[in-house]
Design a binder for this molecule. Structure first.
Ligand SMILES: [Cu+2]
Length: 122
């Protein structure tokens, strides 16, 4: 899944391509998530986790349902650079959710990603 980047970073990356410089060198990228994108769960998981291929300093995490209602969440690691972002969850009502994170990769680039999943008791 492509990772959306801030517009300024996208412009920087496009310029990097024009200069024939590998644009992703030094980036950390989102690798594996739990839940998986689009996963349908029957109970709230203990935590959302996102793995990166290099340390990422997480600057914000948000969790919203389909109505845009925000649920308070925090990275377990605070502002430390991590290769696994862990966001503990309290039990959530049945709904579709979008989790978003923003962070700084080791090369100083602003990175972000999203993960959608749903919870429906069976
Ligand atoms: Cu970068």
């Amino acid at each position: 899944m492509p990772i959306p980047r801030a517009a300024a970073v996208a412009i920087t990356m496009a310029f990097g391509l024009m200069m024939a410089v590998p644009p992703a060198l030094g980036h950390s990228e989102q690798q594996v998530t739990h839940p998986e994108a689009g996963e349908q769960l029957d109970t709230t998981p203990d935590a959302i986790t996102v793995e990166f291929d290099a340390p990422m300093r997480i600057t914000s995490v948000t969790l919203k349902d389909g109505d845009g209602t925000a649920f308070p969440v925090e990275a377990a690691s605070g502002r430390d650079a991590v290769t696994t972002l862990e966001v503990p969850l309290q039990p959530l009502p049945d709904a579709a959710y979008t989790f978003s994170w923003r962070g700084l990769s080791e090369d100083g680039h602003t990175m972000s990603g999203e993960l959608s999943f749903s919870i429906e008791a069976r």
